[in-house]
Design a protein around this ligand. Sequence first.
Ligand SMILES: Cc1cc2nc3c(=O)[nH]c(=O)nc-3n(C[C@H](O)[C@H](O)[C@H](O)COP(=O)(O)OP(=O)(O)OC[C@H]3O[C@@H](n4cnc5c(N)ncnc54)[C@H](O)[C@@H]3O)c2cc1C
Length: 592
Amino acid sequence: MEEKYHIIIIGAGHAGCEASLACARLGLKTLIITLNVDSIARMPCNPAIGGIAKGQMVREIDALGGEMGKITDLAGLQFKILNGSRGPAVWSPRAQCDKELYSTLMSKSLQDQINLDILQSEVTSLIVKNNRVCGVKILTNEVINAEAVIVATGTFLRGKIHLGNMHFDGGRFNEHQASYLSKSLIEDCGIKLGRFKTTTTPRINALSIDCSKMLKQSGDKKPIPFSHFTEIEKWRRDLRQLSCWLTYTNKTTHKIVSDNLALSSINIGEVNSKSPRYCPAIEEKIERYPEKTDHHIFVEPEGYNTNEVYLNGLYTGLPFNLQQQMINSIVGLENARVIRYGYAIEYDYSDPLQIKKTLETKTIENLFLSGQINGTTGYEEAASQGFIAGVNAGLKILNKSPVILERNKSYIGILIDDITTKGMDEPYRMFTSRAEYRLSIRNDNADLRLMDIGKSIGLISDKVYRKFELYRNTLTQIYKGKTENLPTNDDLSPWSFEKVNEEICIYKKYKGYIEIQNKTTNKVKKNENRRIPENFDYNKLESLSVETKQRLLKIRPQTIGQASRIHAIKPSDIAILTVYLEKKRKEIKGEY
Ligand SMILES: Cc1cc2nc3c(=O)[nH]c(=O)nc-3n(C[C@H](O)[C@H](O)[C@H](O)COP(=O)(O)OP(=O)(O)OC[C@H]3O[C@@H](n4cnc5c(N)ncnc54)[C@H](O)[C@@H]3O)c2cc1C
């Protein structure tokens, strides 16, 4: 271990891994400290990377020079484009992964990385002098000095596990909580902490399920890798995809749950913190939607070398025996044997209004926060922040300007802008509806949007960038109809003519819509000060979600600008509201 590091990262989850690799690749002496080196980049919930809007973020991390996409291509066991029947703007790549392989490969990447040391220990406090962080203290009381520190502690700060009526300390099942660091964040750094919670599902033995009663969900016939740098043809040849299965809950399942709501750790009052609205426990779904008689359950493998399967949609905090009963009430799972039970976890988070867009804290210089500690949920949200925190901590030490991604350039920019300007009252996850420019920030063009930035940061090599430039030039050339002196497919690889043609096709299809999108967005910006009538009935706007209506009715903003700054109000909501008010203004001049 060095006497002094440029940067220390606390936590080797998805945020910490991206942060540490980015710092080390910028040439800085980096140390990552984590509670357990056997759980580097562990996926404690579904071992799936990507999905709606999240897939776009992984492509963006990759285009900027991050790691998540590369590892996913190597560890994925099923690849699918979600929303494939809709327009390319919302196509979202998703991969079910082998969770052990993912963790092993990310761990190996960290071990192989020059400038990066790994240490298994618990950071107990931050060393702060004159409002500037200058190191950390670990469990053995040793102090390790550094110029900057990135906190990426996930669900571990004062983590508490709830399983039915059992409650015990833990950062995840079988992993101990980080007990001390919260106190230091509060007392030494002036950071205010809140409590959030999340749940996970039971895992069952694949040999005990009856797949013949369920609907097979295969991977794509022509899978698309996440990383721009994966050699697609070879990768497709080597890939062995596994199937997932679809089944449903039913009236019996719902009865078991509703009869026992009082026994769930979700409802007995011990867990009084907020959980992610869009990853609800089955108890919450049944309470929220009593009219629904079934809910999807996707049965998904967790790896090539394990029989454990994940029950996507069955997040729960019910006691053991009820989880077993509930599972056995589902078609195809009548004889299913549980290997691990689902549980809820409650943890400390820091309201991200306390950080700048660089992810540096406002109170303590050179202290950065990233990942779940900022109130977000999800591996991709964590990795995106980890990458940006790593880059900005590194650039600051190198005396260079920070990277702040724009909302019209990336989902990562939207995530950071949303959380640092609106804060949050429940865990934040990314959706395409949060993006006012979603027609232009697609998964297919992440490289065209961001690789120049990756190059300027120093995380895209000259060799790779030359290939990218060749691809971009070829794209322009073919778009303009010039077909002489084109490179060969080999010259373009890992890009290809398949990709060139797809990109041109999407661009032509979307050109007109993108112009309309930009006009609408500009109109919304111009309408910042437009007044909203005092008793405006938001229920009239059918296209607004129930959540949006509830928030607007509760706060009753006076202007469009004020409405747009309410937590979880999306740009698409504001566009709907603006267009409606505009129409009404024309109908009843003066009132609106
Ligand atoms: C039970 C459970 C259910 C979940 N359900 C969902 C879900 O439904 N949907 C969803 O999107 N996401 C879910 N998640 C969240 C998902 O796991 C996280 O969003 C993601 O892993 C966060 O990444 P991270 O890097 O911020 O933190 P983590 O992946 O949690 O990693 C934190 C790391 O920090 C280390 N660490 C913590 N404190 C210290 C310390 N003081 N010293 C040294 N090392 C430390 C830990 O060892 C760990 O390696 C769930 C998580 C859990 C635990």
